[in-house]
Design a protein around this ligand. Structure first.
Ligand SMILES: CC(C)(COP(=O)(O)OP(=O)(O)OC[C@H]1O[C@@H](n2cnc3c(N)ncnc32)[C@H](O)[C@@H]1OP(=O)(O)O)[C@@H](O)C(=O)NCCC(=O)NCCS
Length: 198
């Protein structure tokens, strides 16, 4: 398994995997309101491919958003793993690789809407989103947050909103972001962390 940055030629395969995993009506979900007209963070748009065949087996993206119009954070997702590869640690490796890179880029937190029984193993909790609101209907028990640095969501609250056009992303101009290239060490650390949750 290889984790790498998504490239334009992967777009079609990613859409097919997302349709297969979430169905064709996935864009009606509230989380998509926060993605409209905004690009995902390029350094955090990752794919997993099969070493032998090169087949696209997994995708994860993160969108930049603002909490209460002022606190930058990330919205994790969508993430999907090909059905025949689920349960082999791929989802965990994509998530931990993404979170690791996000921290390196200077992001302080991330939010998501998803299954708490899965995401709690990575540290996501409902507690951290209690002062926040999604811009539409959402099952509140699935609205979760994670601090990437201590206090990363301290004082954050209010309505989640789209990232303003033209606003620079954290880390976008930081030197050495190409050091974020996927490598075996990152993936191994991610695998170990999933195998031995704190
Ligand atoms: C969710 C998903 C990305 C996880 O990827 P994966 O590669 O199967 O995950 P991993 O191999 O890292 O982890 C597997 C473990 O997570 C558990 N798990 C997977 N999905 C879960 C869920 N929705 N709720 C609770 N646990 C879940 C598995 O039972 C397994 O548990 P175990 O480690 O105790 O055996 C993948 O199942 C998928 O693509 N699902 C369809 C799309 C989707 O639901 N995306 C997430 C939106 S919330």
């Amino acid at each position: 398994m290889n984790i790498a940055l998504e490239l334009p030629q992967h777009a079609h395969g990613i859409e097919a995997l997302l349709d297969l995993s979430f169905g064709p009506h996935r864009t009606a979900k509230t989380a998509y309101r926060l993605r409209e007209g905004v690009a995902p963070v390029p350094e955090l748009s990752l794919i997993a491919t099969d070493d032998a065949t090169g087949a696209l087996d997994g995708t994860i993206r993160f969108w930049p958003i603002l909490i209460g119009g002022r606190t930058p954070t990330l919205l994790l997702g969508p993430i999907a793993v090909a059905p025949h590869r689920r349960g082999t640690g791929l989802g965990g490796a994509l998530i931990l690789s993404g979170l690791d890179r996000a921290r390196q880029l200077g992001w302080r937190s991330t939010l998501l809407v998803g299954d708490a029984p899965y995401y709690s193993r990575f540290g996501f909790t409902r507690e951290l989103t209690r002062d926040m609101a999604m811009p539409g209907p959402v099952e509140l028990s699935r609205f979760l947050g994670l601090e990437l640095v201590p206090g990363g969501l301290a004082g954050a609250g209010g309505l989640l909103g789209r990232w303003p056009a033209g606003r620079p992303l954290p880390g976008a101009e930081a030197p050495g972001t190409d050091a974020l290239g996927a490598d075996a060490a990152v993936i191994d650390r991610a695998r170990q962390a999933v195998a031995t949750p704190a």
